[in-house]
Unconditional design. Structure first.
Length: 486
């Protein structure tokens, strides 16, 4: 965002308690967004039983949020630069709160899917204002570094708590609402955040905002819809010819999007995606790794939850608590990889992480087949701990490798693209893994063990590819002359 590069009007407006309150408010919003991306998986079986969602709807409920969030993330940042971070934060939070209420009171699968799409779009308007607000509140780089570390810690905490909190809300069924509470809990928190933000956040915007790229946004939305819609709906419709035609037609639309970005860059320098970024091999390889990696993780968490609850009969609490070993592995490895392992071993840490996660998933597939219907969470723990370690070795340091060669003037734009690619990857991963998982269920007559193993086989193959891709990254995440500073 421009606030991260060239400054913003209103810098340093708040100090002391007022500044801490403002940061607390925006971090609540950030926590809600991360939580909402991880809390849903464990509730999917309950949602399916309550409103009769088919398998395609299940995928849309999870992937739809990530997709609209990704597509509107960069435009959301531009809107904050133009109209003010506080204004767009309030609009985004209000939209997120309303969409959460619609999710919670949905009585049909299609209604819930639409509400999730709206929720993701509202989050995309809200979330970019968080870091922009932190940038204008903390002028001192040392103070900002401390807050950024806290920002990362909240992301990790929300990711760990998501499945657990989701399980508690569904199992507790407060007021008899069951799964609806995972969405309705956002409503009082959102109302509080809106009121607090109205009084606590400073009014600020970029002095030199980039213009909105409506054509680029529209083309990106069209291309991604043409790609993901048939992947998710194709199996339910028995793969009619138009699904393959739509996937093929998405490619020239992506080409048209690329052309529009080059044209916009020549005209006024305000494309959604800065074309010159793709001159840096580390950036191109890095976003491929990020998109693929988060796709694997998104697909795995969805299919694992369905395997445990629908296939093996785990309770929602058992399914939620089974995720704790994985989360612990992530936390420990992430804490070690960035400050200790990467400075010494460089990109080998990422390579090791990819192959470790692949091996752990393969072991989990073997465990599922070996124990069959008699499996309990205890048998899954060793593979999940090792898998969490593998993920932690990747997720903490990967962004530094992606951005290492990017010039400082493009650091904000590049960071937005990396974040968006992670969300696009999540949506694509859920769609592609769903083709394998649900397709196998249809062939085997609902054999969840076989479907889970096939899905993991697909994910292991992707992780091996990711491991190979890491070899094309710079050996160490140290910026070259003129590169971005991280």
């Amino acid at each position: 965002m421009d606030a991260q590069q060239g400054g913003a009007t209103g810098r340093g407006l708040l100090k002391g308690r007022s500044r801490r309150l403002a940061v607390f408010v925006v971090l609540i919003a950030f926590f809600m967004d991360i939580l909402d991306g991880t809390i849903v998986n464990v509730a999917i079986p309950s949602i399916q039983g309550s409103i009769g969602a088919d398998f395609a709807s299940i995928q849309w409920i999870v992937a739809g949020y990530a997709l609209t969030f990704a597509l509107f993330l960069i435009p959301g940042g531009r809107l904050g630069d133009i109209y003010g971070y506080k204004t767009m934060f309030l609009i985004g939070m209000a939209g997120f709160t309303i969409a959460s209420a619609i999710c919670g009171f949905s009585t049909t699968a299609s209604g819930l899917v639409v509400a999730r799409l709206l929720q993701g779009a509202a989050a995309a308007i809200m979330v970019p204002q968080i870091m922009s607000t932190i940038q204008i509140l903390y002028v001192d780089p040392k103070e900002r570094q401390h807050i950024s570390a806290f920002y990362g810690g909240i992301a990790g905490l929300a990711s760990v708590l998501g499945p657990i909190l989701g399980a508690l809300l569904v199992a507790g069924s407060l007021f008899g609402l069951g799964w609806r509470m995972i969405f309705l809990v956002n409503v009082p928190v959102g109302i509080f955040a809106i009121i607090a933000a109205w009084y606590a956040l400073p009014s600020a915007k970029s002095p030199h905002p980039l213009k909105l790229d409506l054509l680029g946004t529209g083309l990106a939305l069209l291309a991604m819809t043409m790609l993901i819609f048939p992947l998710i709906q194709g199996r339910e419709l028995e793969w009619p010819h138009w699904t393959f035609a739509m996937i093929a037609a998405a490619l020239p639309v992506f080409g048209l999007f690329a052309w529009s970005q080059k044209r916009r860059d020549r005209i006024d320098g305000s494309p959604l995606v800065v074309p010159s970024l793709f001159e840096y091999r580390s950036f191109v390889v890095g976003i491929l790794i990020c998109g693929s990696f988060f796709g694997v993780v998104g697909g795995f968490f969805l299919t694992q939850s369905l395997y445990m609850q629908l296939g093996m009969g785990f309770s929602v609490m058992e399914a939620g608590l089974t995720g704790i070993p994985f989360s612990l592995g992530v936390s420990v490895a992430a804490a070690l990889s960035g400050p200790i392992l990467v400075p010494r071993f460089g990109r080998a840490v990422l390579t090791t992480g990819a192959f470790t996660l692949a091996a752990a998933m393969a072991a989990l597939a073997w465990t599922a087949g070996h124990f069959g219907k008699d499996i309990t969470p205890w048998e899954m723990i060793p593979s999940l701990i090792v898998g969490g370690i593998g993920m932690g070795l990747i997720v903490a340091p990967v962004f530094n490798f992606v951005l290492v060669d990017v010039p400082v003037r493009h650091a904000g734009s590049a960071s937005g693209i990396v974040s968006a690619m992670g969300q696009v990857g999540t949506a694509m991963g859920i769609a592609l893994t769903g083709v394998v998982f649900f397709g196998r269920l249809a062939i085997t007559g609902e054999d969840y063990i076989s479907a889970f193993q096939w899905a993991i086989g697909f994910e292991v193959a992707a992780l091996i590819g990711i491991g190979v891709l890491t070899l094309f990254l710079p050996r160490y995440a140290k910026p070259q002359e003129g590169g971005a500073i991280h």
